[in-house]
Design a protein around this ligand. Structure first.
Ligand SMILES: [Zn+2]
Length: 170
C-alpha cells in the first residue's frame, strides 16, 4: 500500500482534484495520466481547431483506408449495428415511413425509439425474435397507417409474418 492512495490526485494541468484521470499507456506506476479527463478533452479540442489541416488529412486517410478495406469496414459496420440494433431498426422504420410521408409532425421520436428498444429487449429476454409492427399498415390499398407511437406495437416475428399486410377495414 502506498501513501499516495489516500491523497486525492490533483491534475498537473488545472490543479483540480475532483475529476477522473484517464489511463495512459506510457505512465509507470498506477498507469494514470497526470492530466484529468476534462483537461485532455480541452487539449484535444484545441489541437483539432488549431490545426484544421490535420483534421482534414486524418479524415482523408480514414476514408482511403476504408476504401481499401471494404471487408473490414463492412465487419465494423455490422458489429456496430449488432450493438445498436434498436437504433438501426428505428432508423429503417423511419426511412420506410419517410419515403411515403407517413410520419406526422407530432410523432414523438423518443417514444418511437423506445418501442424499438422494447422489441430488442423482449427478444433478448425471451430468446424469441420480436419486431415492431405498424398496427395499421403503412402501405395498404384501403388505409394508410402512420409512423407514430400510437400505431406501433411489439409483436413476435412469427405473429408479424402470419399477419402479413392483412388489415380489416371496419
Ligand atoms: Zn485538469
Amino acid at each position: 500500500m502506498s501513501l499516495a492512495c489516500s491523497v486525492p490526485r490533483s491534475c498537473s494541468r488545472c490543479g483540480s482534484t475532483g475529476n477522473e484521470f484517464p489511463r495512459h499507456r506510457l505512465v509507470k506506476g498506477d498507469g494514470l495520466s497526470s492530466w484529468c479527463k476534462p483537461c485532455w478533452r480541452s487539449y484535444r479540442q484545441q489541437l483539432w481547431t488549431s490545426r484544421p489541416e490535420t483534421k482534414q488529412a486524418n479524415y482523408e486517410r480514414l476514408r482511403r483506408w476504408n476504401k481499401d478495406h471494404p471487408a473490414a469496414l463492412r465487419a465494423r459496420s455490422k458489429a456496430w449495428a449488432c450493438r445498436n440494433l434498436p437504433k438501426v431498426l428505428a432508423k429503417n422504420g423511419k426511412r420506410r415511413a419517410a419515403k411515403i410521408g407517413a410520419t406526422p409532425l407530432w410523432a414523438n421520436v423518443s417514444a418511437i425509439n423506445e418501442i424499438y428498444e422494447l422489441a430488442a429487449l423482449r427478444t433478448r429476454l425471451s430468446g424469441v425474435k420480436h419486431v415492431v409492427d405498424h398496427d395499421v399498415p403503412l402501405i395498404h390499398e384501403n388505409v394508410c397507417g402512420l409512423h407514430c407511437e400510437f400505431n406501433l406495437r411489439v409483436i413476435t416475428d412469427a405473429e408479424n409474418s402470419s399477419k402479413g399486410n392483412r388489415f380489416t377495414v371496419q
